[in-house]
Design a protein around this ligand. Structure first.
Ligand code: ATP
Ligand code: MG
Length: 437
């Protein structure tokens, strides 16, 4: 029979690669906690209307990338293509927006795009959203946080920051009109995509990759000239703060984000190492979105990074994370029965950092020893007939020539603790990772 495969553009994370993902997730989570952010989780499915109203009708996402379906009640639902809309909805619904909120999230997102390296149909984001702070200080702190994340992951030398300001909605509307008029007179020099955008989403023309369009844009009206004094001051203050923080950046006047809801600050962390999928992390300010979704006007700023792209960067840099093998493998003669599992739990109570695999599934003592060896464990813990009758365990080093020793169970705890310093720690393990409680 033909085997059923995974859906195109939706990948499994197999255990060999899981440690790299965990590394990114653990570093991000630890950083968010250090900056006072709290986690929020929202459903993967939302009412389609939420994304239409927030992301905007004429964006790539809403026009052609959403996974939208009717559920059995006939309601139009959508697999979330990004995290911000759901977080805003959840905060509003949960009554969180009457005070400042610093939040982070992680999880899968879905967009029906053409799959390629670093571009998937189910991909994963880690993101942050801050509500209730209007100043450039929080914009700068978010960027300092992301810069710190790249340093922690060892990829700071391969990403760079570009920032821009889009001004407020009114300035942008005035600018859009001027730009459309100016480009409209020169429409024949635009690439077809940009020509189409002239009537749908003209600002996106600014980040067209077409050389002819780029050349034309060099002489076009600039958004910067349409900003009011406050927008300008916000942007200048952000630049100063980034300088003071030592976060290098480049102002890219052509940087416009794909979503409608951004105001003022927008930014992208990009890399040359991943071909066309160069944006690793992106975000900005969206002061109008909460009100647009029916809430009280609330300033907001956030970002999202693509986990797949960050993991690719780690791999391209030759980084590999492997979970170390277990420390010990516990095996026993069939007569030991349930006592093997009981002993394993007893050991885990006393050595919370010990990574211990218990033999399951029976079989001869000899075949169990083979499994112990193949597990990569440093020690086998053996319970034979002799050990059963004397309440002892044999500690057999598997990776050295040291002799095996038969010890009372308490002495086994002490011996493991002295050979494996991490075994006694609650959070730890040799990888430094937190172990699940
Ligand atoms: P791109 O220009 O690459 O399409 P985007 O502007 O659509 O990105 P955002 O909506 O800002 O991306 O999402 C933030 C981040 O999520 C991106 O910078 C990227 O790292 C990641 N991302 C977006 N779409 C995908 C995808 N289809 N597959 C993998 N990662 C993605
Ligand atoms: Mg995209």
């Amino acid at each position: 029979m033909e085997k059923i495969r995974s859906v195109r553009g939706m990948h499994d994370l197999l255990p060999d690669r899981a440690p790299l993902w965990q590394r990114v997730e653990d570093e991000a989570r630890a950083l968010f906690e250090r900056y006072g952010f709290r986690e929020i989780r929202t459903p993967i499915v939302e009412h389609t209307e939420l994304f239409r109203r927030s992301i905007g009708e004429v964006t790539d996402i809403v026009e052609k990338e959403m996974y939208t379906f009717l559920d059995r009640n006939g309601d139009s639902l959508t697999l979330r293509p990004e995290g911000t809309a759901g977080v805003v909805r959840a905060c509003e619904e949960g009554g969180l927006l009457n005070q400042v909120q610093r939040l982070w999230y992680r999880g899968p997102m879905f967009r029906h795009e053409r799959p390629q390296k670093g571009r998937l149909r189910q991909f994963h984001q880690i993101g942050a959203e801050v509500f209730g702070l209007a100043g450039p200080d929080i914009d700068a702190e978010l960027l300092a946080l992301t810069a710190r994340l790249w340093r922690a992951l060892g990829i700071a030398d391969r990403v760079r920051l570009e920032i821009n300001t889009l001004g407020g909605a009114a300035d942008r509307a005035r600018y859009r009109e001027t730009l459309v008029a100016w480009l409209g007179e020169r429409a024949e020099r635009l690439d077809p995509d940009s020509r189409r955008r002239l009537s749908t989403n003209p600002l996106r023309i600014l980040d067209s990759k077409d050389p002819g369009t780029q050349a034309l844009l060099a002489g076009a009206p600039r958004l910067l000239d349409f900003l009011d004094a406050e927008d300008r001051a916000h942007f200048e203050a952000l630049c100063t703060l980034l300088d003071e923080l030592g976060v290098p950046f480049r102002v890219n006047e052509r940087l416009v984000r794909g979503l409608d809801y951004y105001t003022r600050t927008v930014f992208e962390w990009t890399t040359d190492a991943l071909g066309a999928q160069g944006t690793v992390c992106a975000g900005g300010r969206y002061d109008g979105l909460v009100a647009q979704l029916g809430g009280r006007p609330t300033p907001a700023v956030g970002f999202a990074l693509g986990v797949e792209r960050v993991v690719l960067l780690l791999e391209e840099g030759g980084q590999d994370a492997q979970l170390p093998p277990v420390d010990a493998y516990l095996a026993g003669v069939p007569e030991a029965g349930g006592r093997l599992l009981v002993l394993a739990e007893w050991l885990r109570d006393r050595l919370p950092g010990l990574r211990l695999m218990t033999h399951c599934g029976g079989g001869s003592f000899k075949s169990q020893l083979k499994k112990a060896d193949r597990s990569g464990a440093r020690f086998a813990l053996l319970v034979g007939p002799e050990e059963l009758s004397t309440s002892t365990v044999t500690l057999k080093p598997l990776r050295s020539d040291e002799p095996q020793r038969t010890l009372p169970v308490e002495a086994v705890v002490a011996a493991l603790a002295s050979h494996l310093p991490h075994a006694g720690e609650r959070h730890g393990g040799p990888s430094g990772r937190r172990t699940a409680v």
